[in-house]
Design a protein around this ligand. Structure first.
Ligand SMILES: C[S@@+](CC[C@H](N)C(=O)[O-])C[C@H]1O[C@@H](n2cnc3c(N)ncnc32)[C@H](O)[C@@H]1O
Length: 315
């Protein structure tokens, strides 16, 4: 399968998967059930709030159900909430309405692969969190270039991390480490709990899969395409970046003062029982999130963040 064929599949698979009827609803509850999501969201929120000086207009690329577009609108920014999926946009509208910020958000349905309608330097800040850029494989470099082009002052993004994802291939129960409440009714939580033993029993360390991801950074492809052809909505074809690769790309497109971070690196070292203890005590939780933010912002740990790699820089 050559990259030109994947080009179209990648967008179509993303669209179909994110269009699943309950996807927006599930996404909007993630922080109630998974501690790694709480930590990542907290890291991104802190980064955003520390970088708002002089920012009025924001483009949120792959904005989902509005976790960050709504936060920024609440801060007074005028946000363009851009996403490929109408159900995600509809959920975001519902949440924006509830937050009383509809007048500061413009919702646009579109694919990141085509941002030609936006002139150069259209937005003070461009953001894209939790990997939308990685889902545009094999166009991820073009998309980053276009996002930099429409940014005037700053860009902050998080993409799938290659070094962060490689250990997951040797750990089929990695999500269990981060379950906050094993009794939650969330179907994904239930699946993690009920499938735990089976995942261990059937696990087989596959060196060639790991070496393949290490070499080309591509997750999925042939399998996802076959599932899509059968009418399914498989996980998106995903490109996982190396930290130095992402930094080099951003620099080549003209970004300055680039800072990299690996949200989740600190938490990754802590066993489930201890994480649950910390997160269920409000003082410990708040102290812990402070420490995670500081530790995970150190560029030397960014490869060992969890599945996302974060980068920010100025234009
Ligand atoms: C994991 S969600 C992240 C949502 C949001 N940024 C957040 O952090 O809450 C990924 C989002 O990217 C969107 N997406 C995926 N591929 C896209 C594409 N090619 N163009 C625009 N949006 C895309 C999906 O519809 C989904 O809402």
């Amino acid at each position: 399968m050559n990259k030109n064929n994947i080009k179209d599949y990648s967008r179509k698979i993303s669209e179909r998967m994110w269009n699943l009827p309950d996807k927006g609803e599930l996404e909007s509850h993630r922080e109630e059930t998974f501690m790694d999501d709480i930590i990542q969201k907290s890291h991104i929120e802190r980064t955003l709030l520390e970088n708002l000086e002089g920012i009025d207009t924001v483009f949120d690329a792959g904005a989902g159900c509005g976790r960050f577009s709504i936060l920024l609108a609440k801060q007074g920014c005028h946000v363009t909430h851009f996403d490929i999926s109408q159900p995600m946009i509809d959920k975001a509208k519902e949440l924006a309405e509830r937050a009383g910020v509809m007048d500061r958000i413009t919702f646009v349905k579109g694919a990141l692969e085509d941002l030609s309608e936006y002139p150069n330097r259209s937005f003070d800040m461009v953001i894209s969190f939790d990997a939308p850029i990685s889902y545009t494989y094999p166009n991820q470099e073009h998309v980053i270039g276009e996002l930099v082009r429409i940014a005037k002052k700053r860009m902050i993004i998080s993409v799938t991390s290659r070094l962060g994802s490689l250990p997951l291939l040797a750990n089929p129960i990695q999500k269990n480490q981060f379950l906050l409440n094993e009794h939650s009714e969330d179907p994904f939580v239930q699946w993690c709990v009920s499938n735990r033993q089976n995942a261990i029993d059937t696990f087989h360390f596959n060196k060639s899969n790991i070496e393949q991801l290490m070499a080309d950074g591509v997750m999925g492809g042939e399998y996802e395409i076959a599932e899509y052809e059968k009418g399914g909505a498989p996980w998106c074809i995903t490109y996982a970046f190396m930290p130095n690769e992402l930094e080099g790309l951003l620099r080549s497109f003209g970004m300055k003062n680039i800072k990299m971070a690996g949200p989740g690196a600190y938490a990754r070292t802590i066993p489930h029982e201890i994480l649950v203890k910390i997160m269920n005590d409000s003082k410990q939780r708040s102290d812990f999130l402070d420490v995670c933010y500081k530790f995970d912002s150190n560029p030397y740990v960014c490869g060992m963040g969890k599945d996302n790699l974060l980068a920010k820089g100025d234009l």
